[in-house]
Write a protein of this length. Structure first.
Length: 469
């Protein structure tokens, strides 16, 4: 009996191992096969209603070629799929060296039904250089597998959006990517309030997005995407439901709080940014903010504040400072963003840089004056640009470290200014500060405050849009 017991135990262990390898587990087994296509190897293949997505690896190259370029696909036949056109020129030709891999999506070959067996026979056109000249040739093969989910069912159309990280370092994980789209990109399919717009990955997973602002000319979204590898691109999709459909919620499709008819009704900023507040309600979130200066350095003439679906900080002629400071910010490798109601004044807004020993610096300062947007540093230096500050909301985005300031007004007017290098005390905390000495009471209304990590070297990945499908 002991011998049989050990034998049964061994069989059970082997079965578990084989199941974990996918031998007895259909859901985890290989979902595609391929043959042909020499000198290439198809490393993966997926098919859905967006297209056939294949990862192509180059094997040993012919005629001592150092690289090849794949430019075109001829789809000759299919089973279980649909061919919209047999000849497809790759939107971005693929250049490969021996052993390298690249992924492309062929929208001319689609699978409109999920969990359906498919196969496509095709020819790849590629070229390479030899001592005798350039060679253009074809290689044929077949890919087959089981189709997967794609475009969410609520959407009728979509536009490919390519995000490219040109730097030698990957973006943070996750990464808040800003997408600035001209209305010419989406106006034919989007509702006037953009509530039928949704971003998603190739496999249909919805990408958390936050609509920051829009007008008749453009719209700004922030997307919470996966890390983008160095020197690489990812493709996501801007999808459109019927214009009567409202996709907005507070989870993954939302907008800035003041854009909704009911304040913050569709604000999902808390799910997008590592630090975010929309000052909703009538009390301050004391888990995120405190009054005055940390470290016991509160000024003797402190201004007043109030919260009523927005934060108002006021100072008058006898008060020199009013400040709300964040408890949860550490370091300076971030964007800082905030939205302010259009002012009726031409006064300044500051950021306070604070540490464990109290106030360290009060810089940079952002000002309005006679239609000018100004940034000033601690040296008394400033830079400015002409702006129109009469819109529904003024959005500011700031990058501030020990050496320079970048500031944007409504995501379009950019100002750069060098600043002093300080030995700041950690933890570094950011505060919103108003200061004024004059004969009037004023105070802007802050609708949101956010932080987001900077991209590598402060270089924002580029964004390009494909054609509507």
């Amino acid at each position: 009996m002991m011998t049989y017991g050990w034998a049964i135990l061994i069989i059970v262990i082997v079965a578990v191992i084989l199941y974990s390898m996918g031998i007895f587990n259909p859901s985890s087994s290989v979902t595609f096969t391929s043959s042909g296509f020499s000198p290439f190897i198809i490393k993966s293949a997926f098919c859905n209603n967006i297209g056939l997505k294949v990862a192509i690896q180059a094997g040993p190259l012919p005629n001592l070629a150092t690289s090849v370029q794949v430019t075109k696909v001829y789809i000759t036949s299919t089973s279980g799929g649909t061919i919209s056109k047999s000849e497809y020129n790759l939107s971005s030709p693929i250049t490969l060296t021996s052993g390298s891999t690249a992924t492309t999506i062929i929208p001319a070959a689609v699978c409109n039904t999920v969990n359906t067996k498919y196969s496509f026979s095709a020819a790849l056109t590629y070229s390479y250089s030899t001592a005798a000249g350039n060679v253009v040739t074809n290689t044929t093969g077949t890919v087959a597998g089981t189709s997967i989910a794609g475009k969410p069912s609520a959407l009728t159309n979509y536009i490919p959006v390519t995000i490219t990280n040109t730097q030698s370092t990957s973006t943070p994980q996750p990464f808040q990517q800003m997408v600035n789209a001209s209305s010419s990109v989406y106006s034919s399919y989007a509702a006037s309030n953009l509530q039928n717009v949704e971003f998603f990955y190739y496999n249909g997973t919805v990408i958390p997005s936050w609509l920051a602002q829009y007008n008749s000319s453009y719209a700004i979204w922030w997307l919470k995407v996966e890390s983008i590898p160095s020197g690489s691109s990812i493709t996501v999709y801007m999808g459109f439901a019927p214009t009567s459909t409202n996709l907005f919620n507070t989870v993954n499709d939302g907008e800035a709080p003041q854009l909704s008819s009911t304040y913050a009704e569709y604000d999902d900023g808390y799910n997008i940014f590592p630090f975010y507040s929309n000052f909703h309600g009538t009390s301050l979130n004391t888990s995120k903010f405190s009054i005055g200066m940390p470290g016991g350095s509160s000024p003797t003439q402190l201004g007043t504040y109030s919260v009523n679906n927005g934060l108002t900080i006021k100072v008058n002629s006898t008060q020199s400072i009013g400040v709300i400071t964040s408890k949860q910010y550490n370091g300076y490798n971030s964007y800082f963003g905030f939205g302010i109601a259009p002012p009726t004044w031409n006064k300044g807004v500051n950021f306070a840089i604070v540490g464990s020993n109290g106030l360290i610096a009060v810089s940079p300062a952002l000002y309005f004056q006679d239609g000018l947007f100004l940034v000033a540093n601690d040296n008394g230096q400033s830079n400015q640009t002409q702006v129109d500050n009469t819109g529904a909301l003024n959005n500011y985005l700031l990058v501030y470290n020990d050496y320079f300031i970048y500031a944007w007004f409504n995501y379009s007017h950019e100002i750069y200014l060098t600043t002093n290098a300080y030995s700041y005390v950690n933890p570094r905390i950011l505060g919103i500060l108003n200061s004024y000495k004059g004969n009037e009471t004023f105070g802007p209304i802050y609708y949101y405050f956010l932080t987001a990590p900077l991209p590598p070297n402060g270089v924002i990945p580029t964004v390009s849009f494909g054609s509507i499908a």
